[in-house]
Design a protein around this ligand. Structure first.
Ligand code: HEC
Ligand code: HEC
Ligand code: HEC
Ligand code: HEC
Ligand code: HEC
Length: 496
């Protein structure tokens, strides 16, 4: 009782503890220094406030925004309108109409919904609105498949899958076999619904949950069309050196399909998350949405797949029958992932996110810019990290590529319009259908190629030489068609 307690600091255990604490403090300081220089993964942790417990049921991006306000701010800013020489949709209330910009398009698309309403793309924030309001949807019947790329649908698909008898519950991890079974079953079911009915279930444009795991925030792909498409691409023989994890999978036993979520590298994922939607696809009433990647990603490989594809009714694949000529033609849609795949940047390991979501410093913190838009609006962050040239020089290089592509594209469309006019005249003159058939094939080929470059949204930048190659072929097929018609006409005259 009378014993005075030993002064605190002289207790051996405390001394040991202090030593350890000192060492720990030093370690913390070193770690802090390390994390401040070791890139954004550590910084991502600092930006997380963990206000909300996110899980696989948290669809609303505003909830995610409570934990990650900086990324959420960027995401919200995709409402900002802009126009560069070839990019964006302009600053007006309504997006620029592609049909008004280019009067050849209504002739080229005659008979298809794209001849009624077709605009330039704009920010991610508009995707659900623009889709539900386009006259392609309000005036033509469209399937629920349209929603795959225009809404946040991980939970919608799982709920629909569970309703249709898939095992498990929404609490299963997304990537578990049960979770995946739910997604795929729900995807099949919702694709079949008429658009208006499926759209009633859609509440948000693409959300955080579509690209991120809610617990780890790791990147992931969730769109069923992409997961199936990339697996069939892996099974093809086409070399894909810019996607090394596929090359690795090919060398394995190939028992399970290639799975980007477990096999792709982080750098590959930085492109694949965009490739979920920025791709060519079939999305009509006749079968479930798919990506035509069975032979590879090039324009003629997709064409060959469509040419070999038979609809359930046995008819060869086509998107619509051209009103003026009767040709069964194809419509291309935004093949950015495919075009990028043919370019030097992909080959050099540069991802979509490197240019379109560059790192951004906010105070002491470095984040990925979630205001996805044209890189030309911020060349210093998007390009100068790798290219040590002045901004004006880099912009001039991009525009030189785009101007050259546009000049070739104009010539290709001119050739197609000329061919269409000549076919119409030949039909009026009574040329029989059977002899016309090979010429309608040339219209199909020319149209597919010109459209592929036109629908691709970089005006050639993502792969300049590939774009030029494709347009050269488009011009050639168009003019070959005209020559063949002349020959037929000459033969007819000679017979008389
Ligand atoms: C090396 C940088 C770079 C890479 C990598 C890249 N892009 Fe681009 N992208 C550009 C440039 C430059 C443009 C042209 C922008 C303009 O005309 O304003 C563009 C245009 C676009 C556009 C149209 C933008 C607009 O403002 O209208 C989309 C969409 C797009 N890219 C998607 C992608 C996708 C998806 C990927 C990956 C598969 C990708 N990009 C890879 C640089 C890049
Ligand atoms: C869920 C599908 C989906 C995903 C994933 C997606 N996009 Fe988009 N993207 C769209 C749609 C749809 C639009 C057009 C929206 C509109 O016009 O209303 C668009 C528009 C754009 C634009 C034009 C922006 C503007 O303001 O004009 C760019 C650039 C772009 N996306 C790049 C990317 C990049 C880079 C990625 C990957 C980080 C990506 N997108 C991921 C569907 C998607
Ligand atoms: C595989 C993904 C995907 C599917 C499926 C899809 N879209 Fe899109 N959609 C996009 C992307 C990416 C863009 C932005 C790039 C562009 O406009 O070229 C876009 C842009 C649009 C736009 C704005 C530009 C324009 O074309 O006027 C509309 C409207 C649209 N889509 C409607 C539809 C409709 C209708 C369907 C179903 C028939 C559909 N989408 C299916 C990915 C998709
Ligand atoms: C189209 C896909 C896509 C969507 C949608 C998306 N992100 Fe990201 N996000 C990315 C990419 C790509 C990165 C870079 C990841 C990497 O390099 O590992 C990223 C990185 C992040 C990071 C890590 C830190 C950083 O900034 O690099 C956080 C946190 C994040 N996103 C939060 C969000 C939130 C919150 C939302 C919704 C408001 C969201 N993301 C929506 C693609 C997306
Ligand atoms: C992560 C690094 C990186 C980023 C970011 C990047 N580039 Fe590149 N770029 C490369 C590499 C690597 C090459 C291939 C040439 C080489 O190896 O030096 C290249 C090539 C090019 C070429 C020649 C294209 C060709 O087909 O021959 C142009 C033009 C170009 N880049 C412009 C841009 C622009 C504009 C941006 C921004 C929108 C950009 N780059 C962003 C790394 C990058």
């Amino acid at each position: 009782m009378t014993d005075k307690p030993t002064p605190l600091f002289s207790r051996p255990t405390v001394q040991m503890g202090l030593l350890a604490a000192g060492a720990a403090l030093a370690t913390v300081l070193v770690m802090a220094l390390y994390s401040s220089i070791s890139g954004h993964k550590a910084e991502a942790r600092q930006t997380s406030f963990r206000v909300v417990d996110l899980d696989e049921k948290t669809v609303d991006p505003a909830q995610w925004g409570k934990n990650f306000p900086r990324q959420y701010d960027g995401y919200l800013k995709t409402t900002e309108k802009y126009g560069t020489k070839y990019g964006g949709a302009g600053s007006e209330a309504f997006p620029i109409s592609k049909l008004k910009e280019d009067p050849r398009l209504p002739i080229i698309f005659d008979g298809y919904a794209f001849a009624i309403d077709y605009n330039r793309r704009r920010g991610h924030a508009y995707m659900l609105d623009d889709q539900s309001k386009t006259r392609r949807v309000t005036e033509k019947p469209q399937p629920g498949s349209c929603l795959q790329c225009h809404t946040s649908n991980t939970v919608l698909y799982r709920e629909a899958g569970l309703k249709a008898g898939a095992p498990g519950s929404l609490d299963d991890p997304y990537l578990s076999p049960q979770g995946q079974a739910q997604v795929m079953k729900g995807f099949e079911a919702l694709c079949k619904l008429p658009y208006a009915e499926a759209a009633k279930l859609a509440k948000h444009p693409m959300g955080c949950i579509d690209c991120h795991d809610p617990k780890s925030m790791q990147l992931r792909v969730t769109k069923p069309g992409f997961i199936r498409g990339i697996a069939v691409l892996a099974e093809s023989a086409e070399p894909v050196p810019h996607l090394p994890s596929i090359e690795t999978w090919r060398k394995g036993d190939r028992k399970a399909p290639y799975d980007p979520n477990t096999q792709a590298s982080r750098q590959e994922m930085r492109s694949m998350v965009c490739g979920q939607c920025h791709v060519e696809y079939y999305c009509g009433p006749k079968t479930t949405l798919f990506y035509p990647w069975n032979n590879g990603l090039k324009v003629e490989q997709e064409e060959a797949y469509y040419d070999s594809y038979k609809f359930p009714d046995g008819h060869r694949f086509y998107d619509w029958k051209h009103t003026r000529t009767g040709a069964e033609v194809l419509k291309a849609q935004h093949p950015e992932f495919e075009m990028w795949s043919q370019g030097i940047h992909a080959r050099s390991g540069v991802s979509c996110a490197d240019c379109h979501m560059p790192y951004k410093r906010e105070g002491a913190i470095k984040i990925s810019d979630h205001q996805v838009r044209s890189p030309l609006l911020d060349i210093s962050r998007s390009c100068q990290t790798c290219h040590r040239f002045p901004e004006a020089e880099l912009k001039a290089r991009v525009e030189a590529i785009q101007d050259r592509t546009k000049a070739l594209l104009d010539r290709a469309e001119e050739a197609i319009v000329n061919l269409i006019t000549d076919i119409e005249a030949a039909k009026k003159a009574g040329l029989d259908e059977a002899r016309l058939q090979p010429i309608l094939e040339l219209q199909r080929k020319a149209q597919w190629r010109a459209d592929w470059v036109n629908a691709e949204n970089s005006m050639g930048f993502h792969a300049p030489q590939e774009a030029a190659r494709i347009l050269g072929e488009a011009i050639d097929f168009g003019r070959q068609g005209q020559i063949a018609l002349r020959d037929l006409g000459a033969a007819k005259v000679a017979k008389k």
